[in-house]
Design a protein around this ligand. Structure first.
Ligand code: PLP
Length: 419
């Protein structure tokens, strides 16, 4: 059966034909058959150089041999135990070695669960109720954070079904705007935490301006507010110690997802002992999960983190530079002033001439041009996330020739899209 037929079938049994909204694009998404290295194959016989990489987790590419064999070995020994494992301990130590602020970690099943737990812990610890987040930031699909999110939910902020009473405690501020944050904090002494994606990667790819994270660190410390870095995307992506290491800022709590599970479902919340020991059963802040610390995900996570050496980061960063330089040249050669964003192995082209520094400027991007660009890339065998407001990722499996081929398709696609 081809994707077209499968999608018709899927529409009957899966809301919108997909299991997560961002996966849907017109006329229908392709159905994946298998992934191998940086290549994704569909059931229609097409192959794509993949820069979506399952929205970030696959930093080593699809089905890397080491992970596949470690996971197969683990599965033979069982897939869940409901009792602790040595492997959890090993992964905890690997994270703690890499992450400056982490002394303890709680493994959960997704980034969504991680931010939910972080918010609860921050509220319990500070005795305050409110959370300050940023417009366009995405922290998962739970009620507390679906206020002006980005990504798949960008079209539906404040989803129906979320009581006003819940989001009343969630305040949004524009990213990269010191004054906005300062005046909110000035007026409100009931803020438990600032929750921030250090690089906003669910509204494209927006870096913090110089000094912004430092400002957030200072203002939170001075006002008894916890600083939570949501590193579900940046964690283990932009440096071994994530954005904390990359920008040299220590957050109070850090949430993880994606890469930490090595391509399997997992999330985590990490921080110093003084905070983490409030989590049950050490403390009274309840957090639990049947699959927390799942041995299959933990095995994949361990194998992945061990592969992520300094040399590998250097290589990934270099690949990022090749792609960004290539796109910059294409834009210049064609007299186009679109905004190119990215760092490390992340990138995105915004089809706007404005400098993109927050939600409002990101929203000036021309979505019609993006749509044409996306479909032309797809036709040329390059798969990027189907939304202007997602970020593209590069993996260790992308080779130089893949990048070069991609740049050719990007050039052709940009030209077609702006015609
Ligand atoms: N936080 C950030 C920054 C994310 O990008 C995401 C997902 O894309 C989440 C949280 C939610 O993670 P998950 O989809 O694993 O629940």
């Amino acid at each position: 059966m081809i994707s077209d037929d499968l999608f018709k079938e899927a529409l009957k049994v899966l809301p919108g034909g997909v299991s997560s909204p961002v996966r849907k694009f017109e006329p229908h998404p392709f159905f994946a058959k298998k992934g191998e290295g940086c290549i994704l194959y569909d059931v229609d016989g097409n192959r794509y150089i993949d820069y979506c990489l399952a929205y970030g987790p696959l930093i080593l590419g699809h089905a890397p041999e080491k992970i596949t064999s470690a996971v197969c070995e683990q599965i033979k020994k069982g897939s869940a135990y409901g009792t602790p494992t040595k492997a959890e301990l090993e992964l905890a130590k690997l994270v703690i070695e890499r992450v400056p602020s982490a002394e303890m970690i709680r493994f959960v099943n997704s980034g969504t669960e991680a931010t939910m737990a972080a918010i609860r812990l921050a509220r319990a610890f500070t005795g305050k109720d409110k959370i300050l987040k940023f417009e366009g930031a995405y922290h998962g699909a739970h009620d507390y954070v679906l206020v002006k999110p980005g990504s798949g939910a960008a079209a539906a902020p404040d989803s129906p079904g979320i009581p006003q009473d819940t989001t009343r405690n969630t305040i949004s501020a524009p990213f990269n705007d010191e004054e906005a944050v300062a005046s909110i904090i000035e007026e409100d002494d009931n803020i438990a935490a600032i929750l921030v994606e250090p690089v906003m990667a669910n509204i494209g790819c927006i870096e913090p301006e110089d000094g912004y994270l430092k400002f957030l660190r200072k203002i939170t410390s001075e006002n008894g507010i916890l600083l939570i870095f949501d590193e579900v995307i940046t964690g283990f992506r932009i440096a071994p110690g994530g954005a904390q290491e990359y920008y040299n800022i220590t957050a109070d709590l850090v949430t993880y997802g994606k890469i930490i599970g090595g391509g399997f479902p997992m999330g985590a919340l990490a921080g110093p002992r003084r905070l983490m020991e409030h989590i049950s059963p050490a403390g009274d802040v309840y957090q639990a999960g049947t699959f927390n610390g799942n041995p299959v995900s933990v095995t994949a996570g361990i194998t992945t983190l061990k592969e992520l050496t300094d040399d590998l980061y250097k290589e990934l960063n270099k690949k990022g530079e090749i792609i960004r330089k290539g796109i910059k040249d294409i834009l210049e050669d064609n007299n186009l002033e679109f905004y190119l964003a990215g760092l490390s192995s992340m990138f995105q082209i915004y089809f706007t001439q404005e400098k993109v520094k927050d939600y409002t400027s990101a929203k000036t991007a021309n979505l019609e041009i993006f749509k044409k660009y996306f479909h032309s890339l797809l036709k040329g065998g390059v798969f990027v996330p189907p939304s202007q407001f997602e970020c593209c990722f590069i993996s260790a499996a992308h080779r130089k020739e893949d990048l070069n081929m991609t740049l050719e398709v990007v050039e052709e696609s940009i030209k077609r899209a702006v015609k």
